[in-house]
Design a protein. Structure first.
Length: 122
C-alpha cells in the first residue's frame, strides 16, 4: 500500500468507511479531490488539501481556515462531472503540483505534533 514511503498510503477501494475514518483520525492531513473521503476528513477535524475542478468549492468545499483549496476555474468549470472537455478534466490538469506541495508543507509546518516518522527534529 505505501506509495513512496514516509507514511503515504493509497487506500483507494481498500477500506470500509469505518476503517477509512479510523485511519484518517491518525492523519496529519488528507489530500484529495472533492469526494466523500475529503469531507469525512473535515468532519473528523483533519486538515485537508482539496483539489477542485468539476465542482465549485464555494458550494462543496470544506469549512474552516485550516484547509487549503486548489481550484482553477476555466470557462467550462464547474461542469458538475458532465465535462465538455471530452473527459480530460482540464480544470484538474491545470492545478500545479508545486502549489499543492506548498499547501501540504504549510499545513504540516503549522502542525505542532512534532516531526514526521523518519524526520529529524528541528
Amino acid at each position: 500500500m505505501p506509495i513512496s514511503g514516509r507514511g503515504l498510503i493509497d487506500s483507494l477501494g481498500r477500506l470500509s468507511l469505518r476503517h477509512l475514518a479510523a485511519v484518517m483520525e491518525r492523519c496529519r492531513l488528507v489530500v484529495g479531490a472533492d469526494t466523500g473521503p475529503l469531507h469525512l476528513a473535515v468532519a473528523l477535524g483533519v486538515p485537508v488539501v482539496g483539489l477542485y475542478g468539476p465542482d465549485d468549492p464555494r458550494y462543496t468545499g470544506p469549512y474552516g481556515s485550516s484547509h487549503r483549496i486548489h481550484y482553477r476555474q476555466p470557462a467550462c468549470s464547474p461542469c458538475y462531472r458532465q465535462p465538455t472537455c471530452q473527459g480530460r478534466y482540464d480544470c484538474l490538469q491545470a492545478i500545479e503540483p508545486e502549489e499543492v506541495l506548498e499547501s501540504i508543507r504549510a499545513i504540516l509546518k503549522s502542525d505542532d505534533r512534532g516531526p514526521l516518522p523518519g524526520e529529524r527534529p528541528r
